[in-house]
Structures are given as structure tokens and as C-alpha cells.
Write a protein that binds this ligand. Structure first.
Ligand code: ATP
Ligand code: MG
Length: 453
């Protein structure tokens, strides 16, 4: 972060100072986790699901924090700035901080593919320009402002991931980010327990498009009919990308091999070192943005060459004699469809095995979506399926109904039973795709597979 004087921080958030250090020192780092405090940091006391930062203010100050931003009723210590609501103040500060810079800001949202696409856009643009991207999976009401604080006056661009788990969240965060370019990767069922209806999901995603200024533009997955439904909300120009010919940027002659996705746009050939056809969408979005900011196709391709998959997301690994696709980061109906397709497209002499944990947060529609998955695995001709968790029987029952051999289906109550079954089935050259929602902790299968190898 670029240093900012304490006085300027106070005027950005309108707080009441209490016994501040003399001499209007510079703030060089904001920290929201007292365990990571470094001397000179500003500690921002925020309330999370599992903690309240106000409980750690004293310890943060003792560890050398320059000062802390707090709510008055909870704290009355020296070296604090008191504000009515620390989260609102955090957003105000991040917004004011971002507005100092004229870096081109790209906001990326969607039900799936935000991190993948954000990282690919960053890889492409970095071939010609200097820029930042959200770290890890920082896309919520804490992560978005923290991402913006990486900006400084040397950065030409920033790619910021914006997530939502409830209505209104994307609108609020977009007003902090002020992107000139908006991206929507896909819209599907996710966090239905919080959103309550699909309409609410559409509405929330539209909040990004509506906030892109006239002189900016949005890049939308034009093959996704849900995304198309909200495209009219844009006040700016819209670029549709996809495989279908009605899009503005169309990927043709797509060829997918185990670790490369190739296609053509107009007369130019592109390729991405990645596993799974769904990377075409992220690549098209990156190409659309690269071209709009005057990168040549060969500069864009050089950027695509430097893209590297992130563990947990279609991440190809060799473990012993098997090929493993680590897709353990998360799961929902849209990314699960993409995963089935990825497994179907894998070239191998062995079997294709899907190890799936529950797709969580689907509310009252959970069983229906797991039924659909059973149908999908059958259609994708996956050789073996092991389903784990409370919806395992729905997946297996539906696969059975759609014609999959019962001997190729496993229902596992827990990870141990799943691993036992997997070890009986595994043969050299098999491809195993491991996937499940965050709460199902499917990543624990990776060390188990290493042990087995
Ligand atoms: P989160 O909301 O958890 O931050 P995200 O939107 O950032 O997720 P990624 O982390 O990029 O999404 O990917 C999540 C899952 O979706 C992974 O399994 C990945 O392989 C899959 N995925 C990525 N891009 C797409 C896409 N365009 N279409 C379908 N699935 C995708
Ligand atoms: Mg993400």
C-alpha cells in the first residue's frame, strides 16, 4: 500500500481520534487479523462470523500497532480512531484509497470461475502492463477492500474478484471498487440458502453491470442464458464472448487435450496451458479485455502462456501411476457440470473416476441438483463414481436410473470408506477427479492418494 498520513485516513473515514501518536505519521499497512500485526500497522477491528476484532485491540496495540480503528461503545483506549461502524469505515477508506489512482480497474464476478478468470486476465495483461490482482480468494466484504489496498501509483491495472453470498453484496462492493470494466463469468445456482430464489441471484449479479460507467464496458459470457438475461442492465457497451456464433468474440475449432486448450478467434490461434474446456470462457474474456486496451494477439498469447492453474481448481497432478484433477476447492451445479465434461474429455488408457462430495448451500433444491448430477455422470460416460455425504444416495440412485451399472457406483458415508473403495478400484493410468463443496474437505484425499501411490 502507498503510505497515507493518519490525518488523511481520518478525513477519509470521518472518525474521532483518541490520543493519536504525535507528528501525523504515515500509515503503511492495514491489518484486520491481530495474529499478523507488525509494528506500525493500523489494526482495523472488524466483526467476522467467528471473531470480533474488538476483542484483540489491546493486544494489537501492545504488539506495536500504530493505532486501531474501533467502534466507540466497544472501546475507549488511547491510540484509537472511533467510528460508528468499522466495516463501513473500512469500505470508505478502501474507496478513497482506490480513487487516488487512475489504474484501470476490472471487477470480476460470477457463480463460478471468478478466481480462474481473474488470474488469467492478470496473466494476460501483465505481459504488457503492470498490475495487481486480488490475492487468494479475497472476494468478500473484507477481501475486496484488502485487495484494493495493494494498489499504488506504479500499477497500470487491477483485477478485483467480487463475490456475493447474499442479495445486495455485489452492488455494495462494486461501489467500493469503482471498476471501469465489469466481467460476469457465469450465473447459476449457488448460496441458494441465502439468496432464497434464483431471481435474487440474477438481481445481485446485475448490480455489477449497472455500476459500470458509460465510458467503460462489460465482458459477458454470452453462452450463458442467465447472463444474457441481465445484459440489458448495462449503460455501457457490452462484449459477449463464447463458443456460439451469435457472440461478439467467438472461439472456433476448440481442441481440448489433457493439459492444453486450443481455439481460434477470427484469424488468430490461441492456446492456454490448462485442463478443461471451461477455460475457453476465461481465455475469451481475457482476450476481449486485452484487445480493448490495444494488446496485439501475440502479446495476449504470451500472457496466456504464463497462466498457471491454481491448486484446487481443475489442477492437474500426477500422483504415482494416476492422473489426478484436484478440483477440491469448491463445488456447485455449474462447476460440477464443467468437471464432468473435463473428466469426459481426458485422454487415458485407464478409467475415469469421479470422487464427489456434496454440493452444499443449495437449500430445498439440494436433492434435485444431486439427482441431476447422477444424470450428468451417466451422460458423460464416467467409468466409476464414488459419492460421499448426505446426498450420495441421490447421486448414485439417479445415475442408476439413467443406466449406469450399479457395480460402478459407490456410496460412501465418510472419507475412510470412500478411500477404501477407491483403493480397490484404482489401476495404473486411471484419471481421478476429486471435487466437493468447501465444507466437505475433499482436499484430504490428495495426501491419502500420495500415501497409496
Ligand atoms: P468462489 O466463489 O469459491 O470464489 P470462483 O467463482 O472464484 O469460486 P474458481 O475458484 O475459479 O471460481 O473455480 C471454482 C470451480 O469452478 C473450480 O472447480 C473450477 O474448476 C470451476 N470453474 C472455473 N471456471 C469455470 C467456468 N468458466 N465454468 C464452469 N466451471 C468453472
Ligand atoms: Mg474465487
Amino acid at each position: 500500500m502507498q503510505p497515507i498520513a493518519v490525518d488523511d485516513l481520518i478525513s477519509a473515514i470521518g472518525g474521532v481520534p483518541n490520543g493519536l501518536p504525535a507528528g501525523n505519521p504515515d500509515v503503511t499497512r492495514i491489518c484486520i487479523d491481530s495474529r499478523q500485526i507488525q509494528v506500525g500497522d493500523v489494526f482495523w477491528a472488524l466483526e467476522g462470523n467467528n471473531f470480533d476484532g474488538h476483542d484483540f485491540v489491546e493486544s494489537a496495540l501492545k504488539q506495536g500497532a500504530l493505532l486501531a480503528v474501533v467502534e466507540p461503545e466497544s472501546y475507549n483506549l488511547e491510540r484509537t480512531i472511533q467510528v460508528a461502524d468499522t466495516l463501513m469505515a473500512f469500505w470508505d477508506f478502501a474507496e478513497a484509497y482506490r480513487r487516488q489512482f487512475d489504474s484501470l480497474i476490472i471487477g470480476v464476478t460470477g457463480t463460478v470461475g471468478k478466481t480462474t478468470t481473474r488470474h488469467m486476465i492478470h496473466s494476460v495483461l501483465s505481459n504488457k502492463f503492470r498490475g495487481i490482482e486480488s490475492p487468494q480468494n479475497y472476494n468478500n466484504h473484507f477481501g475486496v477492500p484488502l485487495s484494493l489496498l495493494q494498489l499504488d501509483d506504479r500499477q497500470d491495472f487491477g483485477v478485483i474478484e467480487i463475490g456475493a453470498s447474499q442479495p445486495g453484496e455485489i452492488g455494495d462492493l462494486t461501489e467500493v471498487v469503482h471498476p471501469e470494466i465489469g466481467v460476469i463469468t457465469a450465473i447459476g445456482p449457488c448460496h441458494l440458502d441465502e439468496f432464497k430464489s434464483f431471481e435474487n441471484i440474477l438481481r445481485t449479479k446485475a448490480e455489477l453491470i449497472e455500476r459500470i460507467p458509460k465510458e467503460g464496458f462489460v465482458v459477458l459470457n454470452g453462452d450463458d442464458r442467465n447472463v444474457r438475461k441481465i445484459a440489458d442492465n448495462a449503460d455501457c457497451s457490452v462484449v459477449f464472448v463464447g463458443e456460439r456464433s451469435r457472440n461478439d468474440l467467438v472461439a472456433r475449432d476448440i481442441q481440448v487435450s489433457n493439459n492444453l486448450v486450443k481455439f481460434r478467434v477470427d484469424q488468430s490461434e490461441f492456446h492456454v496451458p490448462a485442463t478443461g474446456r471451461h477455460h475457453v470462457t476465461s481465455a475469451l474474456i481475457s482476450i476481449a479485455i486485452g484487445r480493448q486496451i490495444d494488446m496485439t494477439d501475440s502479446e495476449i498469447q504470451n500472457g496466456l502462456n504464463s497462466f498457471a492453474a491454481i491448486p484446487g481448481r481443475s489442477y492437474l497432478r500426477k500422483i504415482g501411476p494416476w492422473t489426478v484433477i484436484d478440483d477440491t476447492y469448491n463445488s456447485n451445479p455449474v462447476s460440477m457440470s464443467a468437471a464432468c465434461r473435463t473428466l469426459q474429455d481426458m485422454t487415458t488408457e485407464g478409467k475415469r473416476i469421479l470422487l464427489t462430495g456434496d454440493m452444499l448451500a443449495l437449500g430445498e433444491w439440494s436433492e434435485d441438483f444431486h439427482h441431476l448430477l447422477g444424470e450428468e455422470v451417466t451422460r458423460a460416460k464416467i467409468d466409476r463414481v464414488i459419492a460421499i455425504g448426505s446426498q450420495a444416495a441421490s447421486v448414485a440412485g439417479s445415475a442408476r436410473q439413467h443406466g449406469m451399472d450399479a457395480g460402478c457406483l459407490g456410496i460412501a458415508r465418510d472419507h475412510e470408506i470412500a478411500m477404501l473403495l477407491l483403493s480397490l478400484w484404482l489401476e495404473p493410468d486411471d484419471v481421478v477427479l476429486v471435487k466437493g463443496s468447501r465444507g466437505t474437505r475433499m482436499e484430504t484425499f490428495l495426501p491419502r492418494l500420495e500415501q497409496l501411490a
